[in-house]
Design a protein around this ligand. Structure first.
Ligand code: SF4
Length: 567
């Protein structure tokens, strides 16, 4: 009997919770190829290279397939020559966007036996007998690509970030984006097939399903049909979509309002709010309309919103980038990602980069460090703001405090640049207590507002992240005994009314008692108990009712439905 080909599909992910859609497709397709035996080997870019080599050589393989992107390109470039030396009889095959659009570089490295240019699905089974160094793959109609995941994969996907595509291609032609130089026309997978497959994904219980569609709502009726399906399914698994705000219509808002909390995570790439900057990268401009729609989206408290800016685009300067930053952050998204332009090989912009005086890192991530309209010194300021944006805003550590401080600053940019003076220079410092103290110092020096109010806001923000009953030293108060008495008094309500109540959970729970009148009024409560079990439940506690002789616990303790926002 002929020996089976042993194939290692090697996914090099950026985190262990991530997965690789392309290799799951190939795994699925290879399963039905006679005479092949396939293993999916998952590594991460942070992994020790020796460990990686050990995993890859646990058994002999005839073929190693890697999918190469900008985030794993350096790792693969270093690993593959070692692998080739250790296993000289194995064939190394590389594919993915880094190979497709940066072919000449990879040809020069000479480390692979075959480089695949184009999509991954159509090269089988020819690839195993392919003799030339480059294989040019054809596009496969999306409706004939199989569902990538099989029952044997489900256990491995549970609790992780799983990718899925309902469409390929993009309507737009932004000059910095690889989608604009692809010959992929916009096509959609049959919606009934999509619904069937999404149902399977929900049953696998991943942490989140990330739809890789470039602009999911570019066909409005299609997007609505899928959103309605997920709402009807009452999916406990959240779904992440990339949207264009200009395609949102009244009907979308009416539908989205009915979605359960946190089912939909929407990412909107705004990139810049400046007309000339967007024109320079061939991106449509209609900021007033986009702003209106994003404002409506962000005001839907059941949707998680993520907005993006790209700094240092062609013609972008200090003023336009700061203005974009202010405009975007003033929409109060749940997350705001400030990124920096990358000049990806193969894009239209790569051919024009010199025109804009762009100084670019020659290897991944191909980031711009200076342009003719933005000096490195100016860009450096954005690097620092980006770090603080991550640890103070996107971390959600200081939800109430940041909201208050932003409202009391002349602009979001002014706030973040002033905060730089107080935030730790070491960018790896992310501890709540260290950062919280920086905000207090900032508040004391920069903000003319109420110090006691600020201290209370910080205490309130600390409660969901607290590791014990005591506040960090800079927020310490002297009412420990009173808090203990009130906790004890509230205990019977929790032990009698909370399903799955345990004393251990109650002991880990924190009673927040504001001292500041303004906050008591805004919270409409004089105490909040953060009940810590698997997740955090919040309960308003009326201390007067709790201590009255004819105490009525059910009246004294009320669950908070929308815990994170002070109205
Ligand atoms: S940046 Fe987004 S909208 Fe523009 S071409 Fe790329 S995928 Fe399409």
């Amino acid at each position: 009997m002929e020996k089976k080909r042993q194939i290692a599909l090697t996914a090099v992910n950026s985190r262990s919770s991530h997965t690789n859609l392309a290799l799951y497709y190939i795994k699925r397709l290879l399963k039905y190829q006679e005479g092949t035996n396939t293993d999916l080997i998952e590594l991460t870019i942070n992994e020790n290279w020796k460990q990686s080599l050990m995993k890859l050589t646990k058994q002999p393989y005839d073929y190693y397939l890697f999918s190469v992107y900008i985030w794993n390109s350096d790792f693969i470039e270093e690993l593959v020559p070692l692998l080739k030396k250790i296993c000289p009889h194995s064939k190394i095959i590389l594919g993915g966007p880094e190979i497709t659009y940066n072919l000449e570089k990879w040809k020069k490295t000479g480390t692979a036996d075959v480089l695949i240019q184009g999509q991954g699905e159509s090269f089988l089974p020819q690839i195993f007998s392919w003799k030339s160094p480059v294989f040019r793959s054809r596009n496969t109609p999306l409706n004939s690509v199989p569902f990538p995941y099989e029952p044997e994969d489900y256990a491995n996907l549970k609790g992780r970030l799983v990718y899925y595509e309902a469409s390929r291609g993009c309507l737009f032609n932004c000059s910095y984006c690889l989608s604009s130089c692809s010959d992929q026309k916009l096509e959609y997978r049959d919606p009934d097939t999509v619904k069937k497959e999404l149902k399977v994904l929900i049953s696998i219980e991943p942490k989140i399903v990330k739809m890789v569609d470039r602009t999911f709502n570019s066909r409005r009726d299609y997007a609505r049909e899928i959103w309605q399906f997920l709402i009807d399914e009452k999916s406990p698994v959240p779904f992440h979509f990339e949207l264009h705000p200009l395609f949102l219509e009244e009907e979308d808002f009416s539908l989205l309002e009915t979605a359960p909390d946190d089912l939909f995570h929407f990412e909107v790439g705004i990139q810049s709010t400046d007309k000339s900057v967007l024109n320079a990268v061939d991106r449509p401009y209609n900021w007033p309309k986009e702003k209106e729609n994003i404002q409506r989206l962000c005001s839907l408290k059941n949707i998680h919103t993520h907005l993006d800016q790209i700094a240092a685009l062609p013609l972008d300067n200090k003023e336009s980038a700061e203005e974009s930053f202010n405009e975007i952050l003033s929409l109060s998204p749940d997350e705001f990602q400030l990124g920096f332009l990358k000049i990806l090989p193969g894009t239209t912009l790569a051919k024009k980069a010199e025109t804009y005086g762009m100084v670019v890192k020659k290897s991944p991530p191909y980031e711009v460090v200076q342009t003719s309209t933005m000096s490195f010194t100016e860009i450096k300021k954005f690097y620092n703001v980006e770090t603080d944006l991550g640890r103070f805003y996107n971390s959600h550590y200081f939800h109430h405090t940041i909201k208050y401080l932003l409202e009391n600053s002349s602009s979001p940019w002014a706030f973040f640049t002033a905060l730089m003076e107080f935030s730790p220079a070491d960018k790896s410092v992310k501890r709540w207590a260290v950062l919280g103290e920086c905000l207090l110092k900032y508040g004391e020096e920069q903000n003319s507002g109420d110090r006691e109010y600020l201290m209370d806001l910080l205490r309130l923000d600390w409660c969901p992240f607290a590791s014990g009953q005591n506040y960090p030293p800079f927020l310490k108060r002297n009412d420990g005994e009173a808090t203990k008495v009130n906790r004890r008094a509230a205990y019977p309500f929790f032990s009698e009314n909370i399903a799955g109540f345990t004393r251990r959970d109650y002991n880990r729970s924190i009673l927040f008692v504001p001292t500041n009148e303004r906050l008591i009024e805004e919270l409409n409560s004089n105490a909040i108990l953060f009940y810590r079990s698997d997740s955090i439940g919040k309960y308003k506690i009326d201390l007067k009712e709790l201590s009255s002789p004819e105490e009525n616990l059910r009246q004294a303790v009320q669950p908070i439905k929308e815990p994170d926002r002070i109205s």
